[in-house]
Design a protein around this ligand. Structure first.
Ligand code: ARG
Length: 232
């Protein structure tokens, strides 16, 4: 997915964690997704060349924090805690959490997972949301290095439920009819949040990127990409 826009601006190093379908994931070894298409459009608009690398979630966060990477895009939620260590673009996507659980469990609200074994991706807002319900170091929270692993564990029966971003949950359930799972949302338990492109603190490209994002929203390009992925 590297891109050469033929500009004389520096080539940016972009990192992602491609285990978050439909935002960033691997298709035949290639990193694709809504975020990846948005990235390409933003970079073209802003006139940057870039190289995209799929690294782990923790490696992604670390390399941006240390300034080894210029930016990350991976369905990353902007929140106060992360703002201490990173800069963010203006928001590009609204999200919340959903619970996916094996059919048959009686789960009708966020509070119903209290006594279940719940899988989350470690270091995510989903993990935080579950800690709020189950308790910070609760024994029945299983933390995985990737969201993909958390979902695999639901399928194999290692956990009873997984809490993850709503659109990712929708995609998983739609793509895995054989998994025999259900999902619910619960706006009383799960707040709405926003994804942003993440930069090292003090980044000098943030303004360029925000301006490009704004242009894409105004000129309909964002809506086109959105439609390609979400059909509306
Ligand atoms: N939006 C959530 C967060 O920022 C989950 C992001 C997970 N992204 C990923 N590529 N695995 O904490």
């Amino acid at each position: 997915a590297d891109q050469n826009n033929g500009s004389d601006k520096p080539t940016l190093k972009v990192v992602t964690e491609a285990g978050f379908m439909p935002f960033t994931y691997l298709d035949k070894g290639e990193v694709v997704g809504f975020d990846i298409d948005l990235l390409a459009a933003v970079m073209e608009e802003a006139g940057y060349n870039y190289e995209l690398e799929n690294v782990g979630w923790d490696a992604m966060l670390l390399s941006v924090e240390q300034g080894d990477a210029d930016l990350a895009i991976a369905g990353v939620t902007v929140n106060e805690e992360r703002k201490q260590s990173y800069d963010f673009s203006s928001p590009y996507f609204e999200s919340t959490h959903k619970i996916i659980f094996r059919s048959g469990e009686n789960i009708t609200s966020g509070q119903d997972i209290k006594d279940l074994k719940v899988g989350v991706q470690s270091g995510t807002t989903g993990a935080e949301a579950v800690e709020k319900i189950l308790g910070k170091n609760a024994d029945n929270i299983s933390k995985y290095d990737s969201n993909t692993l958390a979902l695999t564990s639901l399928q194999s029966g290692d956990v009873d439920a997984v809490v993850t971003d709503n659109v990712v949950a929708d995609e998983y359930v739609a793509n895995n009819p054989e998994a025999d799972v259900e999902m619910i949302s619960d706006p009383d338990t799960f707040e709405s949040e926003y994804y942003g492109i993440m930069f090292p603190k003090g980044s000098d490209i943030k303004e360029d990127i925000d301006a490009a994002l704004q242009t894409l929203i105004e000129n309909g390009t964002y809506a086109e990409i959105y439609k390609e992925w979400f059909g509306v």
